[in-house]
Every structure is written in structure tokens, then in C-alpha cells.
Design a protein around this ligand. Structure first.
Ligand SMILES: Nc1ncnc2c1ncn2[C@@H]1O[C@H](COP(=O)(O)OP(=O)(O)OP(=O)(O)O)[C@@H](O)[C@H]1O
Ligand SMILES: [Mg+2]
Length: 354
């Protein structure tokens, strides 16, 4: 069953760290808590695990209330059937891989045979079957990370909390571990809450992303949905790159807004996107098409900067609406100083709030 938190509050002294968070994290899915440093991600996990006592609210794990302020309910961490992997994965150097992974089962008093079987099976799952007898210190960072993962899943707790578990790994390993965690999750069908402040990691691993800001979830959704439909400038900029146009005017034409940018170019909008006061336009760099200078309906610009990065070329283009970032796949040769036009499809223009 899923994880439900209701009106969860956490204060440290007078600092409010969780601001009445109400969310459901779906069963057997990977929910990713994403947000900048200090926004309350770790605190959420620690409250779920019972390592931290919330100030108010309620937490249900798989249909059981584990915390409630009034009337008071408190289930201690060891009775919550939750396991957690931390950023510093804390495996014991004086123990072998097998011993490390078997710890939760020994703590639970499992029989030797049951331990043998469960640990071997789990080591096979994480690709460490041949390393069981190795001392934990004789492993690479990625292997140690997998030991920590194995120890986390061996206990069969239905809920796994992962707090930036990949942050100590090098870039290449981080990326391959994403896939491994996703595959493991598909096979084991556990409920995973995964914390990161890396948007790419969040998008590649999540079924649902929960975007935090100052102790609240400000937007949630499937990665693509969140990337394509950010509600705010904050969401747009946190989930990738965004060109934000603050200054524009708009009129209605056949029920649809037409945005007029500085310099006079008019961009049509898709239906239902009448901007409210204070709203801004958001266009992702890859949504622009570079066209010939002077083309009707295109924003005129001049290439100020261009950078070839292998599979794509990135440009900064000076326009009357300000500098615009553009990413082009299969770029044709262009030079700094070239005059060009920038076109965008109506459905690729988003209206966002601050
Ligand atoms: N034990 C504590 N005592 C006092 N303040 C704390 C304590 N733990 C966390 N905080 C504060 O609560 C806020 C949220 O912390 P939290 O660890 O949840 O952030 P986070 O989103 O996990 O950030 P990061 O990405 O840096 O890990 C921060 O301002 C932090 O300084
Ligand atoms: Mg943290």
C-alpha cells in the first residue's frame, strides 16, 4: 500500500522546515523528492523512517498510522518496516560483503539457512554474487554502493528510502546505477522514495517527481509532464533550462492569446493559455528552430555565442527580447555574428508564474 503524509510539519526551533506537506507516494513506484539544498527532502525521509519526530500531522505507511500528533501515535523506527540508504553508505569495513548484507536479517533473528539464501539471492540481484567473501574495503565505490543497496533490499521491507545514494559515485557509475535501481525496483516491486537535488537523475529514475521548495511540494508529476508543463519559473528552471520572457504584451485573437515580444514579433499561442497578471513565457532551448533572418513570425536575432558539444550545438542569441539560449541537434555550420530568425511552435510556449 502507498505512503500517505498529511499536513506534515517539522520545526527546528522556530525554523519551519516542513510546511504542512500533504502527499501520497504510490505503492511499488519510484517517487523522487527533488529540490535545492535545505528544502526539506532529508527531513521528510527521516520523519518517514521514524528517525525524526514531526511537529504535527500524520504519516501512514502501507495502511498503518505510524505517526499522528492528536491523538498521539508513535511507531518506533524498528517497527516501521522501512529501510534506508544514506548518502554515505556506511558499510562496515571490517566485515565481508556477505556479513554486511546479512546484518538486517541477523538483527531480525532470521535462521542461518534463511540468511544464507536471502543474502545469496540479493547479491545475485545486485551483481555481486562472486564478491560475498570479499572484505568490504576491497571494493570500488560503485561496488560498495551496491552492497549498501543489497543490505537495504535484503530485509524485504516494503518501503525503501534512498537519500542521495549515488552522490559519492563518479559520473559514469552514477548513470549506470540509475538503470540498476530502476531495474531492481521493477523486479522487486518495492515502494521507493529517492531523494536527489540532481534534476537529470530525478527525471531518469522517477515514476513521479515531487518538486520541493522551502519545505513544500510545489509541483509533482511524471518527469516528462513536469518538464513540459512547469507551472512556475522555479519549476521550469529547476527541471532543465528555460528561456523566460518577462516582457510581452498580449491580445486575444479567435479566443487564443497572441504574444507580442519586444521588437514587435507576434507569437501565436495554443488554446487556453491566457496569461494572468505577472505571468511569464517559458520556452525550452530545444524548442526553438533557427530559420532565415527576416522570416515572418520569427524573432530576429544575432548569434552571440556558439558551442559545439558533439551531439548538439548550443547558442546564445541576442534578440530584442533579451538573450535566448537555443539548442540545435544536427546543426548546420553557423558563425558568431550571423543574423538569424527564431521560430517556435504555438504548443511549445508555456505561460508560467513566478
Ligand atoms: N537536526 C537539525 N537541527 C536543526 N536544523 C536542522 C536539522 N536538520 C536539518 N535542519 C535544517 O532543516 C532544513 C532542511 O534540511 P534537510 O536536511 O531536510 O534539507 P535537504 O533538502 O535534505 O538538503 P540537502 O540537499 O542539502 O541534503 C535546513 O535548513 C537544515 O539546516
Ligand atoms: Mg539532504
Amino acid at each position: 500500500m502507498s505512503i500517505v503524509i498529511q499536513n506534515l510539519e517539522k520545526y527546528y526551533g522556530s525554523q519551519r522546515v516542513l510546511n504542512s506537506v500533504t502527499e501520497t507516494f504510490e505503492q511499488a513506484r519510484i517517487s523522487v523528492l527533488l529540490g535545492p539544498s535545505g528544502c526539506g527532502k532529508t527531513t521528510t525521509l527521516r520523519c518517514l523512517a521514524g528517525l525524526e519526530r514531526p511537529s504535527a500531522g500524520r504519516i501512514d505507511i502501507a495502511g498503518r498510522v505510524v505517526y499522528q500528533d492528536q491523538p498521539a501515535i508513535w511507531v518506533p523506527p524498528e517497527s516501521r518496516r522501512v529501510s534506508m540508504v544514506f548518502q554515505s553508505y556506511a558499510i562496515w569495513p571490517h566485515m565481508t560483503v556477505f556479513e554486511n548484507v546479512s546484518l538486517p536479517l541477523r538483527a531480525a533473528g532470521a535462521s542461518r539457512r534463511a540468511i544464507e539464501q536471502a543474502v545469496s539471492e540479493t547479491l545475485r540481484l545486485v551483481g555481486l554474487r562472486d564478491y560475498a567473501d570479499r572484505s568490504a574495503t576491497q571494493l570500488s565505490g560503485g561496488q560498495q554502493q551496491r552492497v549498501a543497496l543489497a543490505r537495504c533490499i535484503v530485509s524485504e521491507s516494503p518501503l525503501i528510502l534512498m537519500d542521495e545514494p549515488l552522490s559519492n559515485l563518479d559520473a559514469k557509475l552514477r548513470i549506470s546505477m540509475r538503470t540498476e535501481i530502476r531495474e531492481l525496483q521493477r523486479r522487486l516491486e518495492r515502494t521507493i522514495l529517492f531523494v536527489t537535488h540532481d534534476q537529470e537523475e530525478a527525471m531518469s529514475i522517477a515514476d513521479t517527481v515531487y518538486l520541493y521548495r522551502d519545505g513544500s511540494v510545489v509541483q509533482k508529476g511524471a518527469p516528462k509532464e513536469l518538464y513540459d508543463y512547469p507551472a512556475t519559473r522555479y519549476a521550469a528552471e529547476f527541471l532543465g533550462r528555460a528561456n523566460i520572457i518577462e516582457q510581452f504584451e498580449w491580445t486575444l485573437s479567435d479566443g487564443c492569446a497572441v504574444y507580442t515580444l519586444p521588437g514587435g514579433v507576434a507569437l501565436p499561442s495554443a488554446a487556453d493559455s491566457r496569461p494572468a497578471a505577472g505571468s511569464m513565457l517559458c520556452i525550452r532551448p530545444e524548442k526553438w528552430r533557427l530559420v532565415g533572418a527576416g522570416q515572418t513570425g520569427a524573432l530576429p536575432g544575432r548569434i552571440a555565442y556558439s558551442s559545439f558539444v558533439g551531439d548538439r550545438t548550443e547558442y546564445r542569441i541576442d534578440t530584442p527580447a533579451g538573450p535566448v539560449s537555443v539548442v540545435e541537434l544536427n546543426a548546420v555550420p553557423r558563425r558568431v555574428g550571423d543574423e538569424i530568425g527564431l521560430a517556435v511552435a504555438a504548443e511549445d510556449i508555456r505561460v508560467v508564474m513566478e
